[in-house]
Ligand binder design. Structure first.
Ligand SMILES: [Zn+2]
Length: 412
């Protein structure tokens, strides 16, 4: 039931399904990589809905979109509610989308109740959170928070050689505003959990306490070319074979570290990748997470030790490097406490949880106090066409945002 001071849960669900239909896949997911035609359509739809709600939509130079509802004191820094509309290739209907569309649900609830907040509220759609087509991910919010240089991001290329800056212009979202550089009061992001803990415990709302330690690893395996139909088996130096051994080792290291840490090899490139040639170069990469810095370092050490052992066994050269270290961030404890209090008043079972993965909120936390609200997703599955958030959980999350926003947007 919708009351005067509630969000419109039916409209929120319809919006999520409508957004999910853009770039819809046969498997029930969405395919809207950053700055693709489908991303443009998703952005256009968000802009349409925002303007329909009377919001002023602006776009900055990396394509981040902000839809603003003015407050009674425009001189005060705004409360920002947001996430991202881009998806993995393919991804689900909820990752990111829920956070942006819940922002619209909050605005509509304010309008329905005739409430003018003291501070403006802005809904953010950050560019390229997923990092699926252009790396690195969490890009738009990272630049907004001053963590990444704009020029470098604009010159990034996708696998087909398309440059990010060109693609941004092509889809009509190379905005004129500078990226960031303005005060933000607080930032709130509603997101699906992307893990199984809430479903296990029966919680409907989680306040996120902190992020984990993370890193990416890159492994180059160098073998030697040869004819794959004539070279004697004993003389072959096949880089793909060493890669296969290492992939299995990495997976086993991940399994041994669960639940505190996890790791899998996730990317493989192979040269010349031709059936009649023995591969001379194979590149692997992996992403590792752990709740502690020592645990993360231990995972990397074990992978590098495995690489040295396999290099010795196979007689190949294996180089391993790591980058993109993500440090643990502790989100604002006061804000998490507020989220739990709001959940309690709404009658939702709640819990505190760390986040294993990155979010736009982790960028924004460098600028202002930040809260992340998680709601459960079925089976903990995400980055998948199977990703699913039950309508009552989507509504519960938006309702918590609404109650939280009412407090934050009226603060002095
Ligand atoms: Zn996301």
């Amino acid at each position: 039931m919708t009351t005067l001071s509630d969000i419109n849960a039916e409209r929120l669900w319809a919006d999520i399904m409508t957004m999910g239909a853009i770039g819809a896949t046969e498997g029930g997911g969405s395919f809207r990589p950053a700055l693709s035609d489908a991303d443009r359509e998703g952005r256009n739809l968000f802009r349409y809905w925002a303007q329909e709600a009377g919001l002023a939509v602006t776009v900055d130079a990396i394509g981040n979109m902000f839809a603003r509802r003015e407050g009674s004191d425009p001189s005060l820094a705004p409360l920002v509610i947001g996430s991202h509309l881009d998806t993995q290739m393919p991804g689900g209907k909820f990752d990111g989308v829920l956070g942006v569309l819940a922002g619209l649900a909050v605005i509509r609830a304010l309008d329905a109740a005739g409430i003018v907040t003291r501070r403006a509220i802005e809904i953010a759609n950050f560019t390229n959170e997923e990092g699926a087509r252009f790396q690195p991910g969490v890009m738009g919010s990272g630049i907004f928070a001053g963590l990444l240089p704009l020029d470098e991001a604009l010159s990034r290329k996708d696998d087909g050689g398309a440059m990010l800056g060109d693609e941004l212009a092509r889809i009509g979202y190379a905005g004129s505003l500078p990226v960031g550089g303005r005060p933000i009061h607080k930032y709130l992001e509603l997101h699906i959990e992307q893990g199984p803990e809430m479903e296990k415990s029966g919680a409907v709302i989680a306040a996120v306490s902190n992020s984990s330690w993370g890193c990416s690893g890159f492994i180059d395996i160098k073998g030697e070319n040869g004819h794959s139909q004539t070279a004697a088996m004993s003389t072959r130096r096949n880089s793909l074979v060493a890669a296969a051994k290492l992939i299995l080792e990495i997976e086993a290291i991940g399994a041994e570290n669960e639940p505190d840490g996890m790791v899998s090899a996730t990317v493989i490139r192979n040269w010349p990748n031709n059936r009649v040639n023995i591969p001379h170069l194979t590149k692997l990469s992996y992403v590792a997470v752990h709740s502690t810095d020592e645990g993360r370092a231990r995972i990397v050490e074990r992978i590098e030790a495995a690489a040295r052992r396999i290099a010795e066994e196979t007689g190949l050269v294996i180089d391993a490097t790591t980058s993109h270290y993500r440090q643990r961030l502790d989100l604002s404890p006061d804000l998490s406490a507020q989220v739990l209090a709001v959940a309690g008043r709404l009658g939702y079972p709640s819990m505190m949880l760390p986040t294993l993965t990155s979010h736009d909120a982790l960028s924004m936390h460098h600028l202002c106090p930040t809260a992340i609200i998680f709601v459960p997703c079925r089976g903990g599955i995400s980055h998948s066409e199977q990703e699913w958030c039950y309508p009552e959980h989507a509504a519960a999350g938006a309702r918590a945002c609404w109650k939280w926003a009412l407090i934050s947007a009226n603060e002095a």
